[in-house]
Design a protein around this ligand. Sequence first.
Ligand code: FES
Length: 106
Amino acid sequence: MPKITYIAFDGVEHAVDVPVGWSVMEGAKKNNVPGIDADCGGGCSCATCHVFVEPDWRARTGERNPIEDATLEFAENVVPNSRLACQIKVTDNLDGLVVRMPESQR
Ligand code: FES
C-alpha cells in the first residue's frame, strides 16, 4: 500500500499507508492527519485541502485541473506546486509521496 508523508506547517510529519484509489485528502482525513479540513468532502470547492507537492513528485502527481485551478484562487500562498489533495488520486506510483501543508491550515 502506498505510503504518503504529510508534513504540517510546524514540521511535524505523519507517514500513513493509503489504499490505491483513495485521494490524498482521504488518506489524511481517514488517518486523522491534522491540517486538512476538507470542508467540502472532496468536491473541489473549499480549498481547505491545499497541499504543496514536493518538487520531485510533481511529475507523478500531474498538474492541476481547471476546476482545481479556479478553487485555488480562494486559497492563500498558492505556488506552482500547490494542489488540492482531494484531486490527487493515490496509485502505486505515488508510494513515498511527500506533501506539505500551508501555514493557513495549521
Ligand atoms: Fe474541498 Fe478538496 S476537500 S477542495
